[in-house]
Design a protein. Structure first.
Length: 214
């Protein structure tokens, strides 16, 4: 975990180049952090409650779907919200890899000259997901009760997400893809936009999977 934070991209580089005995596999680390995160899913990162879904760009459309679903089930909004939130946590645990695969797709074009395979980009995105689970989910959940919880809203969380991911993408771009300074900064900014898009797509898939199961 310390290597993921202090030397982003190093763990994946060691793994893809065959030096694996000294380190925990990125996927194994991801599963451990994912399990820890979903014990206390306070920060709405990969888990998305009904309230969080309604705040997404598709929230108005989701509201119409939810209204029809409530009528068909014959329950009130409070009961539906409780059932939905319990269901979606279970699906989110299984579906985080959907986000990983979607987020890895732009790397095939941004780093087309890096001679990395499709699976190498996925391995890299697994480490990126580990970083986000550790810093932007678990760590923020731990420090929130210490007095800064009231400062964490949609805007501050977005700012933290952008800054921390830029740090990871720039550092790991140099380490893993051996990219030049100017190029890696531009590509990292582009990747931030794609990460946001990947998160919205993932949440949309999670919403419809959850709704379909009710």
């Amino acid at each position: 975990m310390w290597l993921v934070v202090s030397k982003p991209g190093f763990l994946t580089k060691e793994f893809t180049e065959g030096r694996r005995l000294k380190y925990l596999k990125p996927l194994s680390l991801f599963l451990i952090l994912n399990l820890a995160y979903f014990f206390f899913p306070v920060i709405q990162l990969f888990n998305a409650s009904l309230k969080t879904q309604l705040l997404t760009p598709f929230g108005h459309w989701y509201g119409t779907i939810i209204s029809h679903k409530i009528v068909s089930l014959g329950i009130d909004l409070a009961s539906f919200t409780l059932i939905y939130n319990l269901k979606t946590v279970g699906f989110a645990k299984l579906m985080v890899m959907v986000f990983v695969v979607i987020a890895s797709l732009p790397l095939n074009f941004l780093y087309a000259k890096s001679k990395r395979y499709f699976t190498d980009h996925i391995d890299y995105t697994v480490e990126l997901a580990c970083f986000n689970l550790l810093i932007n989910a678990i760590l923020l959940t731990i420090v929130a009760p210490l007095g800064i919880g009231r400062l964490l809203n949609e805007y501050t969380l977005t700012g933290i997400f952008i800054c921390t991911n830029l740090y990871f993408l720039i550092r790991s771009g140099r380490e893993y893809y051996a990219d030049k300074k100017a190029g890696v900064v531009i590509k990292s900014v582009v990747m931030i936009l794609f990460l946001k898009l990947a998160l919205e797509i993932y949440r949309a898939i999670l919403f419809f999977v959850t709704i379909g199961s009710l």
